[in-house]
Design a binder for this molecule. Structure first.
Ligand code: MRU
Length: 344
């Protein structure tokens, strides 16, 4: 496969490399990803993360395995293992469905066809991000103070990102005064990744603990909230990083616009409503302390019982607009069935 380089994915020497997002921003470690077990490990550990990126990394790995001679039956088995690596973000399933179609067609040169499809998915994702940024930036009023949650930037996609791409475009257009960045407990994607990306872009931001958002809204310090999505159900309900729902409730109370930015590959019209979206439950150690590049620290009692869902569901009724690559979808359009029959 030709060499490829995005913010957080590389293909070189016929191998996939992922930028370890658990070590950022302190360390920039590129991890080799030679096989399915290593990518599943990286996905589960959130070294590679973000709905679009996990789908792209799985598709690229599958194509590279084909190029390295893995037979068709084993490729099909590998695809199913990758598909199950994380349950909530539907981009993984949607991208792998595209790869599965190529496998099913069994063209003469399967490896070339799979590589072409994986690279096409990467290029498409870049274009989708650009269109989302253009559509979303048009909604940003001059002097806006925006709040975002988790990380939805270049690290989480092949392109400029989704919600963070919108914010960056709005800033480039001179309309963003400040970005409030939720640190996003427990894994701190906001505090580590979004803060780092905004800093690199030169966008002014202030980092806050998640619990500080409410008082900022009460003080009229937030003009709009922008988040990404891991899955959008047919009725418009959105699964996204845990903490998104509380922001939407707060935004509703304070009459602040709440926008979801996502590519159409995040739509799942086979899922009727948010309650049907599978929510990943994660290790208790993420809540009882911190681990990894921060060192291992536990502050909770040894036997503390823990609840740790990675995502929550925001009902469509709390969303002001779904900003897709195809344009802005309004609550009235969603209520009229705009997402039914649509799948990434
Ligand atoms: O657990 P993560 O870090 O993969 O969760 C990421 C999010 O919730 C993002 O908001 C979503 O995947 C969109 S990324 C463009």
């Amino acid at each position: 496969m030709q060499t490829l380089s995005t913010t957080s994915l590389q293909v070189r020497d016929n191998q996939l490399w992922i930028l370890d997002q658990q070590a950022l921003p302190q360390q920039k470690n590129w991890c080799p990803t030679p096989d399915v077990a290593s990518l599943v490990g990286h996905i589960k550990a959130l070294r590679v993360r973000g709905a679009p990126l996990i789908g792209l990394s799985a598709s690229l790995l599958l194509a590279l395995l084909a190029e390295n001679g893995l037979p068709k039956t084993e490729l099909a088995a590998a695809l199913e293992v990758l598909r199950a690596a994380r349950p909530t973000a539907v981009n993984l399933m949607n991208n792998l469905d595209r790869m599965k179609q190529v496998l099913a067609q069994a063209p003469d040169n399967l490896a070339v066809a799979l590589s072409r499809e994986a690279l096409r998915l990467v290029e498409e994702d870049k274009a989708l991000c650009d269109r989302i940024a253009a559509a979303g930036a048009a909604l940003i009023e001059p002097g806006s103070r925006l709040l975002t949650h988790c990380n939805t930037g270049g690290l989480a996609t092949a392109g400029v990102g989704t919600a963070l791409g919108v914010i960056a475009r709005g800033w480039q257009q001179g309309n963003v005064e400040n970005v409030w960045v939720d640190e996003t407990r427990p894994l701190l994607q906001g505090g580590r990744l979004t803060a780092w990306e905004l800093g690199e872009l030169g966008v002014p931001y202030q980092l806050i603990c998640d619990s500080m958002a409410a008082s900022l809204m009460a003080q009229r310090q937030v003009d709009a909230i922008w988040v990404g999505a891991d899955r959008i159900a047919a009725n418009g309900d959105v699964a996204n990083k845990i903490g998104t729902y509380s922001l939407a409730v707060l935004a509703h109370y304070h009459r602040i616009p709440f926008y979801v930015a996502a590519p159409h590959t995040t739509l799942d019209s086979s899922c009727p409503e948010g309650n049907a979206i599978p929510i990943e439950q994660r290790a208790t150690s993420e809540v009882t302390g911190v681990a990894g590049s921060f060192g291992d620290v536990q502050w909770a009692p040894e036997n503390a019982r823990v609840y740790n869902p990675a995502f929550d569901v925001t009902p469509a009724a709390l969303i002001s607009g779904w900003v897709l690559d195809t344009g802005v979808v309004t609550p009235a359009q969603v209520a009229a069935g705009a997402f039914y029959g649509r799948r990434g």
